[in-house]
Design a protein around this ligand. Structure first.
Ligand code: 48F
Length: 262
């Protein structure tokens, strides 16, 4: 067996710092910022990056997948219904048909392949970073970026100012809390955003409603995934995930259309 190459500690550090800084220099001026690496956020990232838009996903945790990994009460199988099976097939996720137009997938495979596809398409997924504010410009009125902070720093309670990231579009894919839109609603009352909260479960209708209501809540600020239920007061749906990927795909299509117009 060939001997293992010897790499001095200082070089390890230099390579990491240099390459990280190069990435951040690129990220600070993005086309699209997606907040949350759950199913809706990563699906959106895939389609946006595939369309040639510079797309970054900020994820608070040190792993991607959002609610996928927890499955249903931590059971590792999730339900997908048509036409989302076509999107999952595009990601290479294996589907087991259990009923007409209904499939189950493996949770770990689903999140791994989704992330892999988004990254291969050119999206950057940055882990351990929390978005804690939105940037707004008044003329014309629109959201223009976000403020980011290390999650670990946020958790420490230390007083540290964030960095700013500019973007032409920001997607709230933060799930049940709709965190970014909630911040915008609180800090920018002139945007007239309200966050009434989601309703009790009604899976049969919620899936279609989420997809239909995916879209902008203010110029440049979009809701995808469960954040849509929070903002539009829609019922939740639990461990059926078709609408999450379809919502991610739809928000990407809307943003691609809107940015081509402007
Ligand atoms: O919750 P999550 O999976 O969002 P989603 O794409 O999918 C919802 C489903 O998982 C499930 C469901 C389906 O029927 O009900 O719940 O709407 O992923 C949201 C991700 O956003 C991260 C969070 O850690 C999670 O991985 N996140 C939340 N707030 C922030 C954030 C923030 N302020 N900054 C960065 N990441």
């Amino acid at each position: 067996m060939a001997s293992v190459r010897r790499v001095p500690e200082s070089k390890i550090s230099r390579f990491i710092v240099e390459e990280t800084m190069k990435d951040w220099m690129d990220i600070v001026e993005s086309d699209v910022v997606i907040v949350g690496a759950g199913p809706s956020g990563m699906t959106a990232a895939y389609y946006l990056a595939k369309a040639g838009l510079k797309t970054v996903v900020f994820e608070r945790r040190l792993g991607f997948g959002g609610g996928i990994g927890g499955g249903a009460m931590q059971f590792h199988r999730l339900v997908i219904e048509e036409p989302a099976d076509e999107v999952l097939s595009e990601f290479g996720v294996r589907l087991k048909k259990v009923d007409e137009g209904v499939y189950v997938v493996d949770a770990a495979e689903f999140m791994a392949k989704l992330a892999s596809k988004a990254i291969d398409a050119g999206a950057k997924i940055i882990l351990g970073v929390t978005v804690d504010d939105v940037i707004f410009r008044e003329d014309p009125p629109r959201v223009a970026g976000v403020a980011v902070e290390w999650t670990a720093t946020q958790m420490s309670g230390l007083h540290v100012d964030p960095l700013f990231i500019s973007a032409k579009a920001v997607v709230d894919a933060t799930g049940h809390d709709a965190e970014v839109i909630s911040v915008a609603a609180r800090k920018l009352p002139e945007l007239n955003i309200s966050v009434p909260g989601e309703k009790s479960a009604y899976s049969e209708v919620a899936e279609q409603l989420v997809v239909d209501n995916t879209g902008p809540v203010a110029p440049g600020l979009y809701a995808a995934g469960m954040a849509v239920c929070e903002v539009k007061s829609l019922p939740r749906m639990g461990p059926i995930f078709g609408a999450m990927v379809l919502s991610g795909k739809r928000v990407a299509e809307l943003i691609i259309h809107d940015l081509r117009k402007s």
